[in-house]
Ligand binder design. Structure first.
Ligand code: ASC
Length: 151
């Protein structure tokens, strides 16, 4: 019995950091990673929509799928304890935390608009996709205007 207890303690000490609950810093890094992935894909789509590069329907559809997959993950990264950090800079505005319902509504909008864009990308051409793309851009901006601090 004693042996088992000692083994448990030893194993407990050996548990690496990632098995433990996520910290506020982890949450900030997680959501920033998602925002960067969104931006990477959205920027490429924007270049196609604005005719700065040739329209590639398969690629556009793949990128639209990625936006639709990433958008519902964002909210998870805004957990209690991740409001501010000593070590990881965040531009999440203080209003976000006491207007959480409004913030969640805007996140919901982003989910809906990215899903609509991904659906449209299955059959629309560039001109047909432009309004759907514009609605995603508006959803990004609506939230940034309220809940992202200025640079
Ligand atoms: C981007 C980017 C944003 C959005 C926003 C859309 O490429 O970095 O924050 O698009 O400008 O309105």
């Amino acid at each position: 019995m004693k042996k088992a207890w000692i083994l448990g303690v030893l194993l407990g000490l050996a548990v690496p950091g990632w098995v433990m609950a996520a910290s506020g810093d982890d949450a900030i890094e997680y959501r920033q990673g998602l925002f960067r992935a969104l931006k990477w894909n959205f920027t490429d789509m924007g270049a196609m929509i604005q005719e700065r590069k040739p329209f590639d329907a398969a690629r556009f559809a793949q990128e639209a799928d990625r936006l639709a997959a990433l958008a519902p993950m964002l909210g998870e990264g805004f957990i209690k304890g991740s409001e501010k950090s000593e070590t990881v800079p965040t531009r999440a505005a203080s209003e976000l935390w006491y207007q959480r319902d409004r913030f969640d509504q805007l996140m919901q909008q982003l989910e809906e608009k990215t899903a609509a864009l991904a659906e449209a990308a299955k059959h629309e051409d560039r001109d047909g996709l432009r309004p759907y793309f514009g609605q995603v851009a508006q959803a990004c901006k609506a939230c940034h205007d309220r809940y992202r601090e200025r640079d």
